[in-house]
Design a protein around this ligand. Sequence first.
Ligand code: BES
Ligand code: MG
Ligand code: ZN
Length: 500
Amino acid sequence: MQVEASRASIDELDVQALAVTVFKSEKADEGFLRNLDELSGGLVRSALDAEEFGGKEGETAYFHLVGNNKLKARRLLLVGVGEASDYKPANVSHMAGTAVRSLRSKNVKSIAVLPRASGDAGETAATAVQGAYIALFDPDKYRTVEKEEKKIDRLVVVIEGADEGALQQGVKVGAIVGESVNFTRDLANEPGAYMTPTDMAERAREIASEFGLSVDVLDEARMEQEGMGSLLSVARGSDEPAKLIILKYTPATPPSDNKELLAFVGKGVTFDSGGISLKPGENMELMKYDMTGGATVLGAMRAIAQLKPPIPILGVAPCTENLPSGKATKPGDVVKAMTGKTIEIINTDAEGRLILADAIAYAKKLGATKVIDMATLTGAVSVALGDVNAAVLGTDQALIDEIIAAGREVGEKFWQLPLDKEYSKQIKSDIADIKNVGGRKAGTITAAAFLKEFADGISWAHLDIAGTAWGDDAKPYRSKGPTGIAVRTLLRIVDRASRK
Ligand code: BES
Ligand code: MG
Ligand code: ZN
């Protein structure tokens, strides 16, 4: 798909279809819609007067333009975005996404999308392009029959009268972000057999050499040397060797006075059977996406390498399978983490925290002063927040606030759960320093309380994306399957930090 930006007026756009933003209760006799109504020969007024389309969020109306009109495009799609006063970048992204998915299904090959500017024109263009890329991702990679083969050849994002340079830059940034979100989704979507820890390390090496990042992959022997008994305990049951992926972005001119190093750490369990504490069979196939946290780190680093912010960023992804076997770790076993802390394994299915413990410790060893970890960590987060909000918890309220604010700017929702020290009582062990499960109550919080044990001395926040990383239903702007949650938020955090 060729993507371009344009400041042309709508009657000049030489495409098959126009997709136009309409606000709720917007009138056809003023402003943008009045112009469109005149050019379309009264179509807009007619549709609005008939009350068959009211500009509600996600609502669409589709027309063929025949007869008397002054547009080159022969089709028109009206896309509702809700109240003008609530119009945010998320609406721009969803509007563009809804437009391209819906028009692709009608076999349209060239499309002009007209978001109304939300803030800066360049950013609006970036958001629209990114929303289009995300919308066009399909999870049916391995389908060979009855596959939907319709493709869009050309997408034009139009913001009338905007600055040309800002628009061009916006399109570039939008493509980088959209492709990187889809990169993460593609990894999450892969079957466990095709996305082993070794495969993830290979993907990390590919992005490092393609876009310019330094990369290091620790094998099990090096993990042994580092004393990562917690991470290694999860890998014991699998024949696939564990990998600890390290990616580092260093700006051309690193900040001189600044010793801060922001690190992203993501859980990469490429298949989670539960181990000896075996999961029930129902829906177990979905546990291929238990590496989404790691894939999120890779996707974010892939974009960062291209966006080239002025600050260094570290990406860490501990990758392993969690399988039962004669060699697997058993409930009741005690393991020793890199920090020297001893952990009683109560349930081998609470493995994400075990691999993150050593990964966070290693990020600290590499100089990280600020860590955001992300993981499909607990089923409990779905009980608490469903598939709408991801959970955020941590020890640095300013960092948590930053994550929530950045998420809001890109249309990803994070809701803070408490992390009072009382919760840590639930993970005290009778035989070791701590245990890996804190009982039935507050499962998402006790998982975070476990991670907190390994995040002392740094600014730290944790994202539990178990409920939000996979969409069970398609939306008008997104297929079902992997959502790519948090990639855009991480990039926005880097962007905000770069401006400081
Ligand atoms: N990978 C799961 C969490 C999960 C569940 C992710 C559902 C996505 C959808 C994690 O490793 C796990 O199994 N957690 C256990 C922890 C429990 C044993 C304390 C859980 O949530 O049941
Ligand atoms: Mg092994
Ligand atoms: Zn598990």
